[in-house]
Ligand binder design. Structure first.
Ligand SMILES: NC(=O)C1=CN([C@@H]2O[C@H](COP(=O)(O)OP(=O)(O)OC[C@H]3O[C@@H](n4cnc5c(N)ncnc54)[C@H](OP(=O)(O)O)[C@@H]3O)[C@@H](O)[C@H]2O)C=CC1
Ligand SMILES: O=C(O)CCC(=O)C(=O)O
Ligand SMILES: [Mg+2]
Length: 734
């Protein structure tokens, strides 16, 4: 699909804080790029944009927009792709419903989200909305494996300016709680397919055979797993942990990934909501169902639906009084861990808690120790090991700590993160079988109604690419390199059968270790504690978890990470940081017109994207621009120009002014391209001459509410007015 009209670089239009930042940064990028004849286009992958693109038939001609995600999904499969991907919302149902409401209020005649679809028409609408739900963007664009690390300048800055870390003490009551069996980890089976195959997934019982899914195609060499979580084992585990937490006198918390794991994890979350309010569900379950309560949507939705039922409300209050205090998302507003399934997302929540010394916020607005419930044992040991390591050794010292880089198996919807179409909440007791087209029963599990069964897979080409990427990084760095694979886990054992022969064939087996996640966590923490560096070579889930965990400990945030996806067809995808879209930052902007979002991730991605353009299109000016971006980024760090957190102090917009200035100065000063130097010398001078005026104009707007005309679907003119308040700067940028 890449034709001559495809811009050289695509900068994605997203949501929340990064989109606010783009309103200020993108005009600067475009001005600088155009001087080198480089076009920077945008593609809308925002939640609102994806909703609008999905329902053209409901919209007027003028309201219709193209399906940019589908177009980008094709582009990333071509060598021409050069995409800067900012973080976007992976919507839970409450977020999706809120976005639909906002768009309806703006005059878009979209259908409501059918909570309980009955007619065929409602089912069709629901299926369309479900395709937008959860992590619906990243898996489409990630046609390559992941290389995430802190750029050297960023790591050095963090060591020279260490952030505050909470104290860890030996008597901390914080602990990680995982099931003792019946979980995905213990029920997993896995096999590598010798030839290509098409699978049918059926549920058999004495009376019937139900086809859960058919036509699941796998190329030869695919590693195919199947597993399930027992609903009854999960329920008794949750009840036990709620009771134990109460005895221990700490906060109860649950950490899931309801966005990426959009089918399984909201169900597990729903079990926790039911366990928390068990007596209420026992007594009023039918009434609540009639009111439309779905525990998977969280306590927030539940309370909204029963608020006019005094008897149910009284029962909820009575149970709550018996429960341990809960870990809060916002104690001022009474929003608990269980209010919305996507408020507490494990990759960001557990590292923040560990950085704070094992503390979470309680209903009293104070910090307390926490029981961290992570039901499945596939990855819980990573957090358990980290918590126990810091209890024994005290907090990490960011001034001296080395770094953990990551090479992650991610391409082509690898592993659990691609499992949604093959995940089922089992309707009746029976046996789930995966049957191949040649009649082979690949996997079979005896299950009970309510169990969560799923199959995940990883393809041969991405696995081999991932191992080779790891070999390259290890050779470039010489760092200790560990494959985080557990030989006692079925899936990992199949991967090891790929990894070892490749390492041996390349003669580098002695450079790599293979360790289960718990041991690898301890080894990595020991390594960085000594000030040394290591590469974690992991599957898709740990790619996600570790690239928040280690950066949040080492750099305070994962927003500053370099996050490169070397696309398997030769293109480049440059993700900006390893974190999310920071909803709290938007709230602050709306309330007091201060944006604390740090665009360092965007700066790092931009430099890489220009250099990639230089390599792939032989564009020498792009290299000059990219190298100057790096000088500007260094300038931001050296001169402490990153946004501060508090209103009245320099924010995201100020940091963009400085970025533009340092970038222009670097271009004016370089000797590789005289044309660019001549073009940017006056820009640099104007930006320096007008510094006082620009800084004053930016400062003047802070401290009062800001109106951007919508949360999910802002008004571009209002957004530009808020994010570009300096007429002097705008005149220079044009
Ligand atoms: N790649 C992607 O597209 C990703 C998308 N997401 C989505 O993002 C949303 C929010 O996710 P959540 O788990 O809350 O995680 P976030 O990473 O958005 O936020 C966690 C916290 O990290 C800090 N932070 C993150 N980015 C920056 C930045 N650039 N500058 C300064 N601080 C930063 C903020 O801390 P503080 O408030 O203390 O300033 C923020 O509240 C969800 O919808 C999620 O699905 C999540 C991860 C990746
Ligand atoms: O796509 C998402 O929902 C989150 C992605 C994420 O957290 C990551 O890749 O680090
Ligand atoms: Mg993540």
């Amino acid at each position: 699909m890449a034709d001559k009209n495809t811009p050289d670089i695509i900068y994605t239009k997203v949501d929340e804080a990064p989109e606010l930042a783009s309103a200020s940064l993108l005009p600067i990028i475009r001005k600088f790029a155009s001087a080198a004849g480089i076009s920077v286009g945008t593609k809308d992958i925002s939640l609102a944009g994806r909703i609008l693109a999905t329902f053209p038939e409901m919209l007027t001609e003028e309201q219709r927009i193209s399906d940019d995600l589908a177009e980008l999904g094709e582009l990333v499969k071509t060598p021409e792709a050069n995409v800067i991907k900012l973080p976007n919302i992976s919507a839970s149902v409450p977020q999706l419903v809120a976005a639909i409401k906002e768009l309806q209020s703006q005059g878009y005649a979209l259908p409501d989200y059918p909570e309980e679809p009955k007619t065929d028409a409602e089912k069709a609408v629901r299926a369309k909305y479900d395709s937008i739900k959860g992590s619906a963007v990243n898996p489409v664009l990630r046609e390559g494996n992941s290389d995430r690390r802190a750029a050297t300048a960023v790591k050095k800055f963090a060591q020279a300016n260490p952030h505050r870390m909470g104290e860890w003490t030996r008597d901390s009551k914080t602990r990680v709680a995982a099931m003792s069996g019946g979980d995905f980890f213990s029920n997993e089976v896995s096999a590598t397919l010798p030839k290509e195959a098409t699978a049918t997934i059926v549920l058999e019982n004495a009376k019937t055979e139900t086809v859960l899914k058919e036509g699941v195609k796998y190329p030869a060499g695919t590693v195919v797993d199947a597993t399930y979580m027992s609903a009854s084992a999960l329920d008794s585990f949750l009840e036990d942990e709620i009771a134990k937490t109460k005895d221990e006198g700490v906060l109860f918390s649950l950490h899931m990934k309801a966005t990426m794991m959009k089918v399984s994890d909201p169900i597990i979350f729903g079990h926790a909501v039911k366990a928390w309010l068990k007596p209420v569900f026992e007594k009023y379950g039918d009434e609540m169902k009639a009111l439309g309560v779905n525990p998977n949507s969280g306590l927030g939705d539940l309370l909204a639906r029963v608020k006019d039922q005094p008897e149910i409300m009284a029962a909820i209050e009575a149970v709550t009084a018996e429960r341990p205090p809960m870990y809060m998302v916002n104690s001022d507003k009474g929003i608990t861990n269980l209010h919305v399934p996507s408020d507490v997302i494990i990759d960001a929540s557990m590292p923040a808690l560990i950085r704070a010394g094992g503390k979470g916020w309680g209903p009293d607005g104070k910090e307390h120790d926490c029981v961290c419930v992570i039901p499945d044992n596939s990855y819980a040991p990573v957090y358990d090991a980290a918590v126990e390591f810091f209890k024994a050794n005290g907090k990490l010292n960011p001034a001296t700590a080395g770094t953990v880089q990551n090479i992650g198996l991610m391409a082509q919807k690898a592993e659990e993160y691609g499992s949604h179409p093959t995940t089922f909440e089992i309707p009746t007791d029976g046996v789930v079988k995966m049957v191949l087209d040649d009649g082979t029963v690949l996997h079979a599990h005896e299950v009970k109604a309510g169990d969560i069964w799923r199959s995940a897979s990883a393809r041969k080409a991405p696995i081999e690419d991932w191992v080779n990427l790891a070999i390259d990084r290890q050779r470039l760095t010489g760092y200790r390199a560990i494959f985080w694979l557990d030989e006692n886990r079925a899936h990992d054992a199949e991967l090891i059968k790929y990894v070892k022969p490749i390492l041996e064939a390349k003669g580098v087996a002695d450079k790599f270790e293979i360790m289960a996640p718990r041991e690898a966590t301890i080894a990595s923490l020991e390594t960085i504690t000594k000030g040394e560096n290591t590469i974690a070579i992991t599957g898709n889930v740990l790619r996600d978890y570790l690239t928040d965990l280690f950066p949040i400990l080492e750099l305070a945030t994962s927003a500053k990470m370099l996050s490169i996806v070397k696309l398997m067809q030769g293109g480049g995808l440059f993700e900006t940081g390893a974190g999310g879209s920071a909803p709290k930052h938007v709230q602050q902007l709306l309330e007091e017109d201060h944006l604390r979002w740090d665009s360092l991730g965007e700066f790092c991605a931009l430099g890489e994207s220009f250099r990639f353009l230089a390599e792939t299109k032989g564009n020498a000016k792009a290299k000059v621009l990219g190298d100057a971006v790096d000088v500007a980024t260094q300038g931001i760090l050296d001169n402490d120009r990153s946004p501060s957190r508090k209103v009245g102090q320099p924010d995201n917009r100020d940091s963009h002014y400085w970025f533009a200035r340092y970038w222009a100065e670097a271009l004016a000063a370089q000797g590789d391209d005289a044309e660019l130097a001549a073009e940017f010398a006056p820009v640099a001078k104007a930006l320096a001459d007008d510094e006082a005026k620009i800084v004053a104009e930016l400062a003047a707007v802070q401290g009062k509410p800001a109106d951007i005309g919508g949360y999910y679907h802002a008004d571009p003119a209002k957004l530009a007015a808020v994010m570009r308040p300096s007429a002097t700067l705008n005149a220079i940028i044009g």
